[in-house]
Design a protein around this ligand. Structure first.
Ligand SMILES: [Fe+2]
Length: 431
């Protein structure tokens, strides 16, 4: 299958088993602070209940691995294929996405039992597969790991919205960053030219990162850090949400229809702006990256600043050539901040490229030249969403460790605000 490429040593039974346990237990770790009631709520159609995420990623292994390879396969429960199929037309009909919060049974505990059943069967299967069958299945199992990691991030983004809707302002985890002022934005020059983008070499990638190919980039500059709340407050004070000329037409329509005045999780109380986070609601900290913006807001800010958003190719080329792959310093979910944090001190190089906030680019989410989705239901994973969405790069403070890389292409509709999104400015440079 073309869905991924991976190093051979990650395909041994021991390596797969240990990775399986690691990924599966991290999901349970993230859900652990949440009560069964927390795990049942769907606060808007884009959000899924925590227990649905936990069940759906399990369904993925049951449907795409066990059903294919287990001797005398029988589903754990007859109707789970219907309840926990997300969007796979080839698998059959499914329960309406917007109504996932109507389901009280199976409860969070029952979902845990389902997970335990599939885990035991997956371990048995992996233990008994012959090398040929293992080689065949390894790609799908690794896709299952990465699929579950995507849902780990969604679980956190979704529970943030669920908890934000509660007037009691319950918290999830993490501690607020110290309040401060942002440093001055610096710029990093990138030469451009004929450059290579897309995933190459070993390690997992999704099919939408393939094939690697060349693109020509004019010389450009990138902001050396993310745009901050402090800078966003300046944009607001200068009438940023009131000046039609700064906005794309669709974005201006949303500003008016939905009365946007500030980022998604901001609210004004007695003249002071507060921000809801997974660790509570606090006065807006000017030093933190601004987050939970639509693409429209990011683009309007760039227009206001006399700059633009980077293309996804500019972002990837700069990340790859100036930084390489993310290291432990990236603010991903394992740092347990569960929120963007202030930029580290300026170094003259790029800061905050990985982690903190997914960065909106000006690139529409389209197939790379020569892209072919995989055969069968699994081919629905990415390719069929290549319409009407924009690419984001870099990962965020809710992205699991090991799930960010230079070639990773995330995507959301331009109006999406509940994901942990932010922006970095770009501009052309003299040749
Ligand atoms: Fe999924």
């Amino acid at each position: 299958m073309t869905t991924l490429s991976t190093a051979t040593d990650s395909r041994t039974v021991d390596a797969l088993l240990s990775r399986y346990d690691e990924v599966r237990s991290y999901t349970e770790q993230l859900a652990a602070p949440l009560s069964p009631e927390d795990q049942t709520v769907q606060s808007m159609p884009d959000v899924s209940p925590t227990k649905w995420h936990r069940a759906h990623v399990t369904w993925f292994f049951e449907t795409f691995v066990l059903a294919e390879q287990e001797r005398n396969f029988a589903p754990y429960q007859d109707k789970y294929w219907f309840l926990f199929n997300s969007y796979y037309e080839a698998i059959g009909p499914r329960y309406a996405r917007a109504e996932r919060g109507h389901i009280s049974r199976p409860g969070a505990h029952d979902v845990g039992t389902y997970r335990g059943n599939v885990d035991a069967r997956m371990r048995d299967l992996l233990d008994t597969l012959d090398p040929g069958a293992l080689e065949q299945l390894a790609s799908t199992i690794e896709l299952g790991f990465n699929h579950e990691q995507q849902h780990q991030e969604l679980l956190l983004m979704d529970i943030k919205h669920v908890l934000s809707a509660n007037p009691l302002q319950p918290t999830y985890a993490g501690t607020p960053a110290p309040t401060g002022e942002p440093d001055r934005l610096g710029w990093v020059d990138v030469e451009g030219g004929l450059v290579e983008v897309g995933h190459e070499g070993g390690g997992f990638c999704f099919d939408n990162e393939l094939p690697p190919h060349r693109v020509y980039l004019e010389p450009y500059r990138l902001g050396d850090r993310l745009i901050t709340n402090g800078e966003w407050l300046e944009f607001m004070a200068d009438g940023g949400y009131e000046r039609a000329g700064l906005w794309l037409s669709d974005g201006w329509g949303r500003v008016q229809r939905e009365a946007w005045q500030a980022p998604f999780y901001w609210q004004q109380l007695d003249g002071v702006w507060f921000e809801h986070t997974l660790h509570g609601t606090f006065p807006v900290n000017p030093a933190l990256p601004v987050t939970h913006l639509s693409h429209y807001e990011a683009d309007a800010f760039a227009s206001w600043a006399g700059k633009r958003l980077p293309t996804e190719q500019e972002w990837e080329h700069a990340a790859r050539t100036l930084l390489g792959e993310p290291d432990d310093s990236a603010n991903l979910a394992d740092s347990q901040t569960f929120h963007a944090r202030p930029a580290p001190p300026a170094t003259g190089g790029l800061r905050q490229m990985y982690g903190d906030c997914w960065e909106w680019t000006s690139s529409a989410y389209l197939a790379y030249p020569g892209f072919h989705p995989a055969e069968g239901a699994i081919g629905e994973y990415n390719g069929k969403f290549m319409s009407g969405q924009m690419v984001l790069r870099g990962g965020c403070a809710l992205t699991p460790p090991g799930h960010a890389r230079a070639s990773y292409r995330n995507f959301f509709p331009a109006g999406a605000r509940w994901p942990m999104t932010g922006l970095r400015l770009a501009e052309g440079a003299a040749k």
